[in-house]
Design a protein around this ligand. Sequence first.
Ligand SMILES: NC(=O)c1ccc[n+]([C@@H]2O[C@H](COP(=O)([O-])OP(=O)(O)OC[C@H]3O[C@@H](n4cnc5c(N)ncnc54)[C@H](O)[C@@H]3O)[C@@H](O)[C@H]2O)c1
Length: 523
Amino acid sequence: MDPLMQNEQRISPHSPELVVGIVGAGVMGRGIAQIAALAGARVCLLDGHLGAAEAARAILLSTLDHLVVRNRLSPADASLAGARIICCSGFDELASCHVVIEAIIEDLAAKKTLFGKLEEVVAVDTILATNTSSLAVTAIAAGLRHPERLAGFHFFNPVPLMKVVEVIPGLVTDTAITQFLLELGRHWGHAAVQAKDTPGFIVNHAGRGYGTEGMRLLAEGITTIATLDDILRDCAGFKLGPCELMDLTGLDVSHPVMESIYEQYYHEPRFRPQGLTRQMLSAGALGKKTGHGFYRYDAQGKKIASALLVDGAAERAAAQLPSSIWISSTRPELASRIALLLKDSGVEIESGERPGANALCIVTPLGDDATTCCVAEELDASRTVGVETLFELGRRRVVMTTPATSAACLATARTLFAHDGAAVSVIRDSTGLVAQRVVAHIINIACDMAQQEIADPCDIDRAVTLGLGYPHGPLAWGDLLGASTVLAILDNLLQHSGDPRYRASPWLRRRAALALSLHHKEV
Ligand SMILES: NC(=O)c1ccc[n+]([C@@H]2O[C@H](COP(=O)([O-])OP(=O)(O)OC[C@H]3O[C@@H](n4cnc5c(N)ncnc54)[C@H](O)[C@@H]3O)[C@@H](O)[C@H]2O)c1
């Protein structure tokens, strides 16, 4: 019988009568049980491991108590939510569930077997949902008697705090099932976004740009681990640098995800990982959990400061200020940002068309490198540096050398840009410096997701800000920086590297050409 035919009578996601089965009472199953019970659903927990459901319920009750102590929940609501969670000892006890959510191990065969068994006991209109993060929903549903009643319902860890859920219809999923789960996710307090059944769905797909481009910058010798993290945190506004993030997640998790998405997209160069993380994984340098990864950690998991890190004060003491500076006027707005920054530095800013004989020459690369800017203006490369001007300049400035920049010139540039106490990071010549490159790559991936209709453009942004904590949704970020600027960065990267990794998505190219927002959808 087609479950669609039964839908007229389907229970509302808001109903206090709603009974939700959760199979797999681990980290995710427990989190889902917590938000479901708090939103008023009755929850039946089942786990294949003897005693695991009871243990999960005990943890949940203590979490609810903790919320009461912290005034996040009234004692009455905690007690009602706790009473709504029961443990089951067999599949039969899930027979009356309206929805069953699976959160067992990430294994296709195990999940298929589980849903096969569930179909034998639940009603024909019971909704089946999987919390898989990397398997195809369509593949999980294949072979069921009613594959149209199964969809992905992908939460993030920790579920109560990560306020987004991806709802993923498989190829044959009934629209009513998708709508039900979207509404259920919203009722449980999450932003519910719909995603196509494609590798990584939204969040794990959009998140591929950050780490892989960071690793590429390391592989190219442009920057060091600490400098890479500092720039992306302090200038671009990410909460953690890519190396800090991978140390926190653990390379045993991050590296296989990078490889898996790359493989599943048939070696799409935009997702190409670098050898460094594979090597670190094989050495057991997993990150915080093993005490060392990109950084070293003490027994309490605190990062051990590197003796190589130089602070702004030490840099200031390192050299004299230059006698005068000359700022390229090729990009007047960017030049005026530099001039404003240095107006109280006490250094003369030359106004001539050509630099004076001893001036430090400053160029403002936008998607290009310092060498290209230097050659285009016939500057003396030994006394030229590039400076990042597209991002926040308050806390940290990024100075980029040309291959010919002299050590003395670099030292004066560091001192100059640290004159007001801001930190200075020095990088080697790079098309698009560090932040421009990484952010443009992230925006490009999101544009291509919009092009492939993996999700609505606004949902891509919502899922990324909530699921990854980026300072902006990637498409909104592209609008903020200017689609044509992002396109120029990518086109230059493509031209300089010859790597199709940097080919611009048609979504970006067309919107840049027509001066449309990156959220703009075709009719
Ligand atoms: N942990 C995360 O960050 C995260 C995030 C999103 C999605 N997911 C996905 O959620 C699912 C669960 O992940 P988790 O981190 O909660 O795992 P977990 O190891 O913490 O919990 C899995 C639970 O399932 C039980 N289990 C395993 N096989 C079973 C079976 N055949 N029948 C019944 N119970 C079984 C285990 O005993 C365990 O209690 C996976 O598909 C995972 O990919 C995990």
